[in-house]
Design a protein around this ligand. Structure first.
Ligand code: HEC
Length: 223
């Protein structure tokens, strides 16, 4: 009899505990400060912030890490100023040229063609019109103008500022200049490390030649 009462009491207590659970409310929290931070939750809604949102836009004029401001405006004046004054800050090495080629083949060749003659696959299939050749005399592109149009885009060509970083854009500029020189039949620019060129003459194909194998008169005239 005594045991039956005990079992009954235990059962009633357990039923009480279980029946107190409400699915619509959070259950009892033993260490609430582990769940509820004192700081504001990322993307939380709080009246104290402008717009009621914890997530705010960066202050005006702030510059993300690793990003450099670009001083030329997205206008005709900005374009002309960049065309005349903006210079490529990287050295024209073979490595940069190769990196530029790889990026160019990804982003630009589809319209401009692997040779830069404006005859990429999309042009051949007549999906896009008006893609110029890089040696177009009327445009007379420069390192500054190439960078500028990649940064902002130009007419039906989009901007590449979000797909590429500053260094990569300048590598593409170097490669576009090479394509332009090739189209014009000119020798393209390559900066040789001064430390490497001691006692070495530079041949036209840019392979260093040992001193002593001097260029012949004829070869010299070809330069
Ligand atoms: C979707 C096709 C397309 C792609 C991709 C494209 N371009 Fe263009 N590009 C154009 C068109 C079209 C024009 C002519 C725009 C105009 O002036 O009307 C142009 C013009 C240019 C010019 C000449 C601008 C001037 O100063 O007159 C350069 C330089 C150039 N593109 C470089 C690039 C580079 C570098 C890339 C890759 C990062 C690229 N383009 C990717 C379509 C494209």
């Amino acid at each position: 009899m005594k045991n039956t009462i005990k079992i009954l009491i235990a059962a009633v207590v357990m039923i009480c505990v279980v029946s107190c659970k409400k699915d619509s409310k959070p259950n009892y929290q033993f260490m609430p400060n582990m769940y509820e931070p004192l700081s504001y939750e990322t993307y939380g809604e709080y009246g104290i912030f402008p717009g009621g949102q914890e997530a705010m836009l960066p202050a005006e004029g702030s510059i993300p890490r690793g990003w450099m401001p670009y001083d030329f405006e997205n206008s005709q004046e900005g374009y002309l100023l960049a065309k005349d004054t903006l210079k490529n800050p990287i050295r024209y090495t073979k490595e940069n040229e190769d990196a530029g080629k790889a990026l160019y083949d990804i982003y630009c060749a589809i319209c401009h063609g692997a040779k830069g003659d404006g005859k990429g696959p999309l042009v051949k299939r007549e999906k896009i019109l008006g893609v110029p050749s890089y040696n177009d005399i009327g445009r007379a592109i420069t390192e500054g103008s190439i960078y500028h149009v990649m940064y902002y885009g130009i007419n039906s060509m989009g901007s590449y500022a979000s797909q590429t970083n500053e260094h990569e854009r300048w590598q593409i500029v170097q490669y576009v200049e090479k394509l332009k020189a090739d189209l014009e039949g000119n020798v393209h620019r390559l900066d040789i490390d001064p430390a490497m060129t001691k006692g070495v003459v530079i041949k036209e194909d840019h392979a260093p030649v040992e001193k002593g194998h001097e260029l012949t008169e004829e070869q010299n005239n070809a330069h």
